[in-house]
Design a protein around this ligand. Structure first.
Ligand code: SF4
Ligand code: SF4
Length: 155
């Protein structure tokens, strides 16, 4: 199901449509590669091949990593009932307990320290976005949103 702007707005002010995990193509590709490795018994081949190419010693680590990448895919935004960022989000729990549509309805938003875990990934974008949602409303704020990941900001 295609989500609308309102549904794509997370409790914390992130825009799920920008999230690397949302409908993650890398997860699909990782899954496909895992199937191919399995189907072709590639680990057996790698076991022999490693005597000539030591890089093949790392195949099991690669397989572990591919499994993790395949599992980070998120198909349903947290405000539409999905697990969002892992299903244990304190922000989501808190907003729901206060019966808020999202943190933009909260008067403690500016002082709230539940956003710290998002900083390494998103800098100040969530709180800046919450201010935009308050200013423009839930249906039209997203065209004013901040870059989801600071490393995507043009210098
Ligand atoms: S699960 Fe939590 S951190 Fe992730 S987008 Fe939703 S509210 Fe934000
Ligand atoms: S205190 Fe307010 S801003 Fe902080 S997580 Fe809870 S609802 Fe969101």
């Amino acid at each position: 199901m295609k989500q609308n702007e309102r549904e794509l707005t997370a409790f914390c002010g992130l825009y799920c449509g920008d999230c690397i995990r949302y409908k993650c193509r890398a997860s699909d590709l990782a899954n496909e590669l895992l199937h191919e490795i399995d189907k072709t018994h590639f680990t057996k081949y790698a076991h022999v091949k490693r005597t000539h190419m030591e890089e093949f010693e790392n195949l099991n680590s690669l397989i572990s990593l591919l499994k993790v990448i395949s599992e980070i895919k998120c198909s349903t935004p947290c405000r539409s009932g999905g697990d969002g960022c892992g299903g244990t989000c304190e922000i989501k729990k808190c907003a729901l307990s206060k019966k808020f549509e999202g943190c933009w309805e909260c008067n403690e938003c500016e002082q709230c320290n539940k956003f710290e875990f998002l900083k390494p990934f998103h800098g100040n974008a969530p709180k800046n976005n919450l201010r935009k949602i308050k200013q423009y409303g839930l249906d039209t704020w997203s065209s004013h949103r901040e870059q989801c990941y600071p490393w995507l900001t043009k210098k």
